[in-house]
Design a protein. Structure first.
Length: 616
């Protein structure tokens, strides 16, 4: 069965009768190595052909579908068709010419990428090596009618699929032959998986996965396409499961359980940008982490969607609700936990007394949902406009690092009704296999998967995708000062090798472990930003490139090419729960995409685990 993107259940409501028939035929008659996209903006000009089909052995095909009946088709030439409609005679473009324009444009985009062209020395060196074709589907005209009325004089028979070519009893091979007769070039060598990813990278700019700290992690699909020399050697795009999931999320409550590095935040961002461009009430994005909220705000600002999207960490949103609706806020008596709890309760009471209105948002999206207490979720559910009831919750129980809020509860008990709309993402794309193996060894039994059922938070064991890189390092230092100098020296070396400072983070348990590193960086003239105050977290990604000094708690949801974790010899904290500390360390380690370096002065249980894993 072909992969249809978005899923057929999401496409059907907006499909014409002919498009539905073709979609069913494509899914039924094509194998699972066919990719099929329906009615999606394609390429830098965001054209919207009805169907785009990609196959590694055949190439790229663009199809336009028409539900025309013979008695309404009054004239047809190579440029236009005249139709009899309820509004009288209407002239529209010839669908074959329309499909050809789309296909030519896509071919030009792909030809700018040398990796998709014939190599030097080939008879067609520099020309596109991806065969392409175009055609028309006449869903209400039979082959006999097509020929008897002379339509083949304008629309070549080989470039048309007629009504009877899509019947259920048609053999799959015969149907596929109809498709591939639309190609004017013979099939060449099979496209490799990297080449298929490159094609998707060009066709659908919005699914590109950029280096999160260098540029937006969500590309602007309206921006001009990259020049050939700017195309990265290693193309990173959403995998097909991620793309289909991101494009197929509809109304109603939905829950995504995803391991660290599985692309949860990327899917949330994709969904957020889609919803923000639709008319209606604004979109609310919530997370617990102030640093992650600041990063998401920065991305949305660059997309010029600030008026449509409200991004907050949960407690900042609560404070905003109290201010906006003139509900008295509790006094801060010096105990932050008590103050924030009272603040949340004030919002809950305000909603209960109707001082704060329900249904304020067209959609609510919650990142790092495992950090939310049940009563918080119960409050947030009431903020969704019941007309669409669009709520998306993303979570990973392995990254639940606030023990006080780790309570067992069902989603339905807090008003989240997501049975039948729950997705599991097991694959970790962020980390190399070496980094992931080490993080899993340190976390140990905490990552034991459990199948708690659809209505409960669950633990998902992460699986790597087999991407390999440099082995993590563990460096012993004679003193805290030597540790700081060691980390600063490694950062200076990375910078000298061309690594952007935005791609380097020092993730620490306590500021005392990082303050000496900050001084060592300053002595070398290396810019850095820290996350001690709320203002620090808000400005972490602003301005010129700088090393990020981040607490383990604040690092959630972020990623960096180089990650340094100092102070391993002091973990776990004296008197602290070793399992909770292991969760924190797991979160910190899985922020690294390519290079992970741990440093220590004294030995500890975590140092021993790290060392054992590296020597295995």
């Amino acid at each position: 069965m072909a992969v249809l993107i978005p899923s057929r259940s999401q496409c059907l409501p907006r499909m014409s009768r002919g498009e539905r028939r073709l979609a069913l035929c494509l899914e039924d008659k094509l194998e699972d190595d066919y990719y099929v996209w329906y009615d999606l903006p394609v390429g830098p000009k965001q054209r919207q052909p009805d169907f785009v089909i990609l196959h590694p052995n055949r190439g790229l095909l663009v199809l336009e579908v028409k539900d025309w009946a013979l008695d309404t088709l009054k004239s047809l030439d190579k440029f236009a068709a005249t139709l009899l409609t309820d509004r009288g005679l209407v002239t529209v473009a010839n669908p074959l010419a329309q499909a050809r324009v789309y296909a030519l444009e896509l071919a030009r985009v792909l030809e700018a990428d040398a990796a998709l062209c014939h190599p030097p020395g080939h008879a067609y060196a520099g020309k596109l090596a991806v065969p392409w074709g175009h055609g028309v589907v006449l869903a209400r005209i039979s082959r006999r009618q097509f020929l008897s009325h002379g339509l083949d004089e304008v629309l070549p028979s080989a470039l048309c699929i007629c009504q009877d070519d899509m019947q259920e009893n048609i053999e799959a091979e015969a149907f596929q032959q109809r498709l591939w007769a639309m190609f004017q070039q013979a099939a060449g060598r099979s496209l490799s998986l990297p080449q298929l990813d490159r094609i998707r990278w060009h066709l659908f700019p919005e699914i590109r996965v950029q280096a999160a700290m260098q540029t937006d992690i969500f590309s602007d699909p309206a921006a001009p396409d990259a020049l050939a020399e700017d195309i990265p050697d290693l193309v990173r795009v959403m995998d097909l499961q991620q793309e289909q999931l991101a494009r197929s999320l509809g109304d109603g409550h939905r829950v995504i359980h995803g391991v660290a590095g599985s692309g949860k935040t990327m899917i949330l961002g994709f969904r957020c940008l889609h919803l923000a461009r639709l008319p209606g009430k604004p979109v609310l994005v919530l997370c617990y982490n102030k640093t992650l909220a600041a990063r998401l705000q920065q991305i949305i600002l660059r997309q010029n969607l600030r008026a449509r999207v409200d991004i907050r960490n949960f407690h900042a949103w609560c404070a905003e609700m109290l201010r906006t609706y003139n509900v008295p806020s509790p006094r801060n008596g010096g105990d932050p936990d008590a103050y924030f709890a009272a603040q949340v309760q004030a919002v809950i009471d305000g909603v209960g007394h109707r001082a704060i209105p329900r249904g304020q948002y067209g959609a609510v999206l919650i990142d790092e949902g495992h950090d939310f207490a049940p009563e918080w979720l119960q409050l947030i559910v009431q903020m969704v406009d019941p007309a669409h009831n669009a709520l998306l919750l993303l979570c990973d129980d392995a990254q639940s690092i606030y023990a006080g809020r780790r309570r067992r509860f069902s989603f339905s008990s807090v008003g989240i009704e997501a049975r039948g709309r729950t997705t599991i993402l097991k694959l970790n794309y962020r980390n190399t296999q070496e980094i992931l193996n080490l993080a899993k060894a340190v976390a140990g039994h905490l990552l034991d998967a459990n199948d708690a059922g659809e209505d409960l938070p669950r633990m998902i064991g992460p699986e790597g995708v087999g991407r390999h890189g440099a082995p993590p390092q563990l460096i012993h230092c004679g003193s805290a000062l030597a540790e700081a100098e060691t980390v600063a020296a490694h950062i200076a070396d990375a910078q000298a090798e061309g690594v952007s400072l935005h791609q380097i983070a020092v993730i620490y348990r306590h500021w005392g472990q990082a303050s000496a590193i900050a001084d060592a960086l300053a002595r070398r003239g290396i810019a850095y930003r820290k996350t001690i105050s709320a203002s620090d977290k808000q400005q972490l990604f602003a301005g010129a490139a700088s090393v990020k000094l981040i607490t383990m708690h604040s690092s959630k949801g972020l990623e960096f090419e180089y990650v340094f974790i100092p102070g391993l010899g002091a973990m776990p904290d004296v008197g602290a729960n070793s399992s909770e500390e292991a969760r924190l360390l797991y979160v910190a380690m899985t922020r690294a995409t390519e290079h992970l370096v741990g440093t220590y002065v004294g030995r500890s249980a975590f140092v021993e685990k790290w060392a054992q894993c590296l020597s295995a």
